[in-house]
Design a protein around this ligand. Structure first.
Ligand code: MG
Length: 160
C-alpha cells in the first residue's frame, strides 16, 4: 500500500462555469484555469500521482498544451488511473476536502461521489467528499478562489 496527498487552488472569476467533482454547480462565478479548473479533481489527481511516485499533474497535463484546453478533469483523473494501472497499482480509497466560502456544496456531493467512484472503479464508500468554509478568513474566505486537499491510498494489483 502507498499513500499520496494533493493540494490545489484556483481563482474565482466571472464568466466561467463552476465545475467541482465533475459536477456543474450553479453559481455566479467559476474557477479560472486551462482545463475546466476542477480544483477538487486536480487535488485528487495529484494525490494519486503522488501515491504512485509519478510526479504531479503539471508534468502530465501541462497548461501550455492546447489538447488540455477546457478539458473535463474527469478525463484527466481517468488518465491518472490508467497511469497507475500501467505501474501495477489500483486505487483503494480517496478522501478529499473542498475549501469554499460559497456556494453550498452539500446538494452536489452525492453526484460528485458518483462521478469519481465511476472513474476510479470504486464503491461509493471508498470515495469521500468533504467541504468546509474558512470562516471568512484568507483568500478563500474573501471568495477570491477555492482550494482542495485530497489523500489517496493505492495498492499493488493482486493477480493471485
Ligand atoms: Mg489545478
Amino acid at each position: 500500500m502507498r499513500i499520496g496527498k494533493g493540494y490545489d487552488v484556483h481563482r474565482l472569476v466571472e464568466g466561467r462555469e463552476l465545475i467541482l467533482g465533475g459536477v456543474k454547480v450553479p453559481y455566479e462565478k467559476g474557477l479560472l484555469g486551462h482545463s475546466d479548473a476542477d480544483v477538487l479533481l486536480h487535488a485528487m489527481c495529484d494525490a494519486l500521482l503522488g501515491a504512485a511516485g509519478l510526479g504531479d499533474i503539471g508534468e502530465h497535463f501541462p497548461d501550455s498544451d492546447p489538447q488540455f484546453k477546457g478539458i473535463s478533469s474527469l478525463l484527466l483523473l481517468a488518465h491518472c488511473v490508467a497511469l497507475l494501472g500501467r505501474k501495477g497499482y489500483e486505487v483503494v480509497n480517496v478522501d478529499a476536502t473542498l475549501l469554499a466560502e460559497k456556494p453550498k456544496i452539500s446538494p452536489y456531493k452525492s453526484a460528485m461521489r458518483d462521478n469519481i467512484a465511476e472513474v476510479l472503479c470504486l464503491d461509493l464508500e471508498d470515495v469521500n467528499i468533504k467541504a468546509t468554509t474558512t470562516e471568512g478568513l484568507g483568500p478563500v474566505g474573501r471568495e477570491e478562489g477555492m482550494a482542495a486537499l485530497c489523500v489517496a491510498l493505492i495498492k499493488r494489483v493482486d493477480h493471485g
